[in-house]
Design a protein around this ligand. Structure first.
Ligand code: HEC
Length: 165
């Protein structure tokens, strides 16, 4: 069989699949935001902390996702949509007010942990979002804030937020 023909057929097949998968569109919605329910309204969030949440977290943990161009191109679109849906399910700053008090303390402790351990912002998110590449000082500020807010919610108990598993 003619090699050039084989290569051509393979390329055509790949191209056809590449076009066909574009018809499988994932969810890419931004549910409406009630300003009274957001973390910015519900908690004491200084401007510099709000800015860090904005730069590093809001795309996956709020209803104000900025959907990048590649979120419109399969298969990247499926991966982005999955992360946003999962991220919102675990922690949604736009729907913070729906969490019970205990849950809020838990989420703040989770933020402290994730930011300290550098598991959040998700490492794979950073190369395409350099603004989410926090400095050590920014990480320290964000985790200290999460811990302090948790303690404040618990009435300033001496033990503070439980930050270990
Ligand atoms: C690219 C998307 C993405 C970004 C950006 C992102 N996260 Fe996440 N986050 C997720 C996903 C997906 C999960 C759920 C799966 C997991 O735990 O890995 C999650 C889980 C979490 C959890 C665990 C919540 C729980 O109670 O289960 C915390 C806390 C968290 N993220 C905090 C943050 C913070 C703080 C930032 C910003 C500094 C951030 N994330 C940025 C996608 C993201």
């Amino acid at each position: 069989m003619n090699l050039r023909k084989t290569v051509r057929n393979i390329l055509i097949a790949i191209g056809a699949v590449g076009i066909l998968i574009q018809f499988i569109q994932p969810v890419r919605d931004n549910p409406q935001i009630d300003p009274a329910m957001t973390i910015q309204t519900q908690m004491q969030v200084p401007a510099e902390i709000a800015s860090l949440l904005d730069r590093g977290c809001k795309d996956c943990h709020s209803n104000a996702t900025v959907w990048p161009f590649y979120s419109y191109v399969a298969p990247a679109s499926w991966l982005v949509s999955y992360d946003v849906m999962e991220g919102r399910k675990h922690l949604n700053f736009s729907e913070w007010g729906k969490y019970k008090e205990r849950k809020k303390v838990q989420k703040l402790s989770g933020i402290y942990q994730a930011v300290t351990d550098k598991t959040m912002p998700m490492p794979k998110y950073i190369p395409l979002h350099p603004e989410a590449d926090f400095t050590d000082a920014e990480r320290a500020a964000l985790s200290a804030w999460a811990q302090k807010e948790g303690e404040r919610m618990m009435g300033g108990e001496a033990e503070g937020v439980e930050t270990t598993e």
